[in-house]
Design a protein around this ligand. Structure first.
Ligand code: HEC
Ligand code: HEC
Ligand code: HEC
Ligand code: HEC
Ligand code: HEC
Ligand code: HEC
Ligand code: HEC
Ligand code: HEC
Ligand code: HEC
Ligand code: HEC
Length: 316
């Protein structure tokens, strides 16, 4: 069948037969300007006898004909065949901005699984997806409104000015350790990280988060290159974290407890070198302290855990 597709001049032409439909659609609270001004021809061609939908352009092109403002980032998200229509009604809507559903409901139509765990980030509970995302696209990627870490810092300040950040914060993002949406772990962590001081026998999985970037040999390795935390060839990470043996001042070895990284390190940073915590094991009234003195070939540690201890990588 040949479709007689001719340009149309205005709503009057269409309302002869579609008057009831136009009345119904016009009763909604948000009306698209070219629709209400009768500019049906901005989008439609005359369908002649076919009674079929015939548009002047397909997909995204139809809308970008009038909305191709270079300041707007309409590019990357859903630029497929259906163009803007999964989210926008071309004529009218009960939502502002002609969306077919509210902002969040729209996103959840297709991304329902992004909030997969029961522990949900309160940033989402409060203000939904639009707190961090634009609906259309962003030069920053992932449709983010701002640089990822700037978004987080807008609500969380995790380090004071004196504290030096763990290099992960400088070289990677908050999102490399935290899921911005939800998690099965506490603190929205992407992987397991046991921060209780004595989490039972050492298992690599208990610190999966750290070992997603660091080699677990720093704890279990026997090579000199495995860690800088050693006295000669004795790996002091092994001594503290594995906990099979413990060195006392007299050089005796006894069975000891397995300690978590959190006894010594802060995952965000610290006033001391190597992200070493100043305080740990805090009660309401006091904390135990670690005072670390870095030295060219090792360090000295002053803590309530043991007498002043020092190590040199040369050994001795
Ligand atoms: C002479 C009557 C008549 C006129 C004038 C007319 N239409 Fe139609 N139109 C129909 C009929 C009949 C159908 C097929 C039955 C239906 O779906 O309502 C139809 C179907 C359509 C459809 C497809 C509906 C669907 O559900 O797929 C669109 C879109 C449409 N018309 C738009 C227009 C526009 C825009 C104008 C003005 C340029 C217009 N029509 C003018 C009678 C008309
Ligand atoms: C901004 C572009 C645009 C304008 C302006 C516009 N339409 Fe549409 N119209 C569309 C698109 C796109 C569809 C197909 C919607 C879909 O597939 O969900 C459509 C669908 C329709 C349909 C089919 C029924 C429906 O609800 O989908 C009718 C009838 C129709 N338009 C009539 C009109 C009339 C009459 C006017 C002018 C008063 C008009 N349109 C103005 C883009 C437009
Ligand atoms: C013929 C030109 C034209 C076409 C084609 C067109 N628009 Fe529009 N649109 C306008 C005008 C004019 C306005 C009102 C001024 C503005 O906001 O830029 C507008 C406004 C809008 C708004 C803001 C509405 C509000 O109330 O805040 C949205 C959303 C929108 N259009 C989406 C679309 C979508 C989706 C399409 C494709 C289906 C489309 N437009 C196609 C001309 C057009
Ligand atoms: C994933 C859903 C989605 C898609 C796809 C989408 N939009 Fe939107 N659009 C929205 C939402 C949600 C808003 C409201 C934004 C807000 O409230 O800040 C919006 C707002 C708008 C606005 C008004 C505000 C502004 O930015 O000027 C226009 C115009 C618009 N969209 C046009 C388009 C066009 C054109 C396309 C296709 C190229 C498109 N949209 C595709 C969801 C979408
Ligand atoms: C109709 C389904 C649909 C809706 C509705 C939808 N999306 Fe998407 N989204 C997709 C698909 C498919 C992809 C992957 C392909 C692509 O990037 O276009 C995607 C990709 C994304 C991405 C990843 C982009 C990247 O750079 O990797 C983000 C972020 C996103 N969507 C956020 C949103 C937000 C926020 C909303 C609500 C405003 C939304 N989406 C609504 C289907 C949808
Ligand atoms: C607190 C800020 C924030 C909120 C609120 C938020 N997101 Fe995100 N989202 C992000 C960040 C940051 C990324 C990029 C993560 C990365 O780089 O690994 C992202 C990525 C995504 C992606 C891409 C996933 C991927 O693996 O590439 C989708 C889809 C997405 N978000 C959808 C949503 C939806 C849907 C909502 C609302 C339910 C939402 N987001 C709410 C910050 C947020
Ligand atoms: C709009 C403000 C807002 C933004 C933006 C935001 N958050 Fe949150 N976040 C909150 C609120 C409110 C809570 C719940 C209260 C709390 O624990 O501080 C929370 C909780 C958290 C928690 C869990 C705290 C705990 O102990 O359970 C983490 C981790 C977190 N956010 C990380 C991030 C990251 C990473 C980003 C950037 C992708 C981010 N937040 C962006 C408001 C925000
Ligand atoms: C190297 C991984 C890592 C990076 C990168 C990281 N975090 Fe964390 N974050 C953690 C861990 C682990 C915890 C849990 C700490 C604990 O319980 O001792 C945590 C806890 C939190 C908490 C809740 C407890 C608190 O300290 O307030 C917030 C909020 C938080 N992080 C925000 C952020 C923000 C914002 C960024 C980026 C500026 C960021 N994190 C970067 C690993 C990281
Ligand atoms: C997203 C990657 C990433 C994760 C996850 C991560 N780190 Fe790091 N960390 C780095 C980078 C990058 C450096 C800089 C040295 C390097 O390249 O190995 C670093 C260095 C360190 C240093 C040396 C001091 C410094 O800040 O340069 C310590 C201590 C440290 N990390 C502890 C941890 C602990 C404890 C965890 C688990 C809570 C952890 N890291 C998780 C990326 C990460
Ligand atoms: C008893 C305190 C203590 C514990 C527990 C501890 N560390 Fe360390 N760590 C240190 C000290 C001290 C250094 C600095 C070594 C030096 O002088 O180079 C260090 C250095 C590091 C470095 C820098 C690279 C290296 O190996 O020298 C990383 C990464 C690191 N630790 C990760 C971890 C992780 C992951 C855990 C838990 C599995 C952990 N640490 C447990 C005290 C500790």
């Amino acid at each position: 069948m040949v479709v007689m597709a001719l340009p149309v001049s205005g709503a009057a032409e269409c309302s002869q037969c579609h008057g009831a439909w136009i009345d119904k659609v016009s009763s909604k609270s948000t009306l698209h300007t070219p629709f209400i001004s009768g500019e049906c021809s901005g989008c439609h061609l005359d369908h002649g006898d076919s009674g079929e939908l015939v548009l002047v352009l397909d997909g995204t092109d139809l809308c970008l004909k009038c909305h191709d403002n270079p300041d707007r980032e309409f590019r990357e998200h859903l630029s497929g065949e259906n163009g803007c229509l999964p989210c926008h009604d071309p004529h009218s809507s009960e939502e502002k901005n002609l969306t077919v559903k509210s902002f969040d409901e729209l996103c959840m139509l297709c991304h329902g699984k992004i909030v997969k765990a029961s522990y949900v980030h309160q940033a989402i509970t409060y203000n939904g997806c639009q707190e961090c995302h634009t609906p259309h696209g962003s030069a920053l990627g992932k449709m983010l409104k701002e640089e990822s870490d700037q978004i987080c810092s807008g609500c969380h300040s995790i380090l004071s000015e004196e504290e030096r950040p763990h290099s992960a914060l400088l070289k990677r993002s908050c999102a490399s350790c935290h899921d911005p949406h939800s998690s099965t772990q506490y603190s929205l962590l992407k992987q397991e990280y046991r921060s209780d001081l004595y989490p039972g026998p050492y298992e690599e999985e208990k610190y999966s988060l750290c070992f997603s970037c660091h080699d677990s040999f720093l704890v279990t390795g026997k090579d000199l290159s495995d860690t800088g935390f050693r006295n000669g060839s004795v790996n002091l990470h092994t001594v503290h974290v594995l906990g099979k043996v413990r060195f006392t001042g007299e050089g005796l070895t006894v069975k000891g407890k397995s300690r978590s990284c959190a006894n010594c390190h802060d995952p965000h940073g610290s006033v001391q070198a190597f992200s070493l915590k100043r305080y740990f094991e805090c009660t309401e009234t006091m904390c135990r302290t670690i005072t670390f003195f870095p030295e060219p070939d090792g360090g000295r540690c002053l803590t309530a855990c043991h007498e002043r201890a020092s190590y040199t990588r040369q050994g001795g």
